[in-house]
Design a protein around this ligand. Structure first.
Ligand SMILES: [Zn+2]
Length: 71
């Protein structure tokens, strides 16, 4: 299931999280920011919490989210 990124972004904004900059330590990129799931969506069935909860979401730039996916 494809989640609407805009609503995830909106949820983070409501929590007071700045979604216009990358949250990875030392990364100062402010463009191509995507909302990244800390526990990946494919693990949805394995966890007891809502995968789209703001606690499981983090704004990351394209490079950083690629890095998180590969490691
Ligand atoms: Zn980054």
């Amino acid at each position: 299931m494809k989640v609407d990124t805009r609503s995830l972004r909106q949820a983070l904004i409501i929590e007071g999280i700045n979604v216009s900059k990358c949250f990875l330590n030392g990364c100062k990129k402010q463009d191509n920011i995507e909302i990244h799931h800390i526990v990946p969506q494919k693990a949805k069935q394995l966890v007891r919490f809502n995968i789209n909860d703001t606690n499981n979401l983090i704004p990351l730039c394209k490079n950083s989210s690629q890095y998180c996916r590969e490691n």
